[in-house]
Write a protein that binds this ligand. Sequence first.
Ligand code: ZN
Ligand code: ZN
Ligand code: ZN
Ligand code: ZN
Ligand code: ZN
Ligand code: ZN
Ligand code: ZN
Length: 392
Amino acid sequence: MKDIKCVICSNILREPTQCLAGDLFCFSCISSHLSTSNTCPACSTKLNKNLLSRSLFTERHIRRLNVYCCHHFYYDQFCWKVDEQGCDFSAKLEDIQNHEKECGFKWVACPFGISCDLVRKKDLDEHKKNCNYRPIPCPYCRVEFEAISLVAHEMGCDAVPIACKLCSKFVPKKSLTLHLDKTCPESLTYCPFFCKEKIYRKNMKQHFEEKILEHFEEMNQRQEMERKKLENEFGRELQKKEVELLQLRKGIKKGKKEKKFVWVIDNWNSIENYEESNVFSFGGCKWCLGLYKNGDDEDSRGFISLYLLLEKGPDKGKVVELSGSIKLINFNNLLNNIKKEFETTFPQKASLGWGERRFIPQAQLNEDNGFVFKDRVKVELKLYIKSIIYWV
Ligand SMILES: [Zn+2]
Ligand SMILES: [Zn+2]
Ligand SMILES: [Zn+2]
Ligand SMILES: [Zn+2]
Ligand SMILES: [Zn+2]
Ligand SMILES: [Zn+2]
Ligand SMILES: [Zn+2]
């Protein structure tokens, strides 16, 4: 035996290689030894890679050795021992490796998880049939569980059939309530046609046949009540809508007859004498406001003059009868607003508009009095159409 073992690793030689004195090593063992040393580890003579030679004789010798399959042994406390239940196959070393790959005594892992111990390859099929961790579907809910936990699951499984207390029929546990509510023939239930007393479900068909007229009458009455209720609701809704419509109509009329127009005059101090507002529509006509800072004739020099001017309309043969007011706003105190009311007709006989030549003395219209604020003056106009007269 000694001449087929490596001096370095003590295993059977792989690629036997010798020193000049004939000491034998695995090729890989002596190669790594010589990377840090230049002597033979057995006889201490000088040695390097060039002085090594391959021992073909030993190699042939080893290949022809008769050896046991590795599964003939087991490893225990750092040494190999013969396994009484192990593989008894032996062959030449060069053939034994092929056997070992396929050997039925080889240890393999169970496919059902790491909780299982290793199993001999030849026993695996039998083991899988009885493995504690093999998946088995629950016979009631069909969900798969490991064999070892199936019993515990079944005790809590809500698909396990249990007997109905009333009709003794077996029903899945989770469907029992539904069974009692909807299908159990022995449960008491109300007639869907609003009869007062409860009836066994199994007698319902007979009840329908017996009470067909009563049921018909009841349904008729209910329908009638429902119809009246809807009618009332509809009537109330309609009334509400009519009131809304009336208010809407009034609003439209009012909107047409009244007009408020606000004129803010910017840059008051840079206005030379005359200024005119934007044009606005009202009562089928177009209007604007006009203002003279220093009167519009000799008579009104030193006064502000304010006019309501008719720009366009009314249609030929029409006269608009108006009342209204022009207000000069006091920014300090609303009570000091200056307001002139008027009643007149358009078109005017002799001029384009109605106005006040002497609305307010020019000297009073200043910042201290509150009529000018941030170089602005504000005029508010309110118009109300009293009537429109047609000339025939
Ligand atoms: Zn070795
Ligand atoms: Zn040596
Ligand atoms: Zn074997
Ligand atoms: Zn297993
Ligand atoms: Zn189940
Ligand atoms: Zn039942
Ligand atoms: Zn009934």
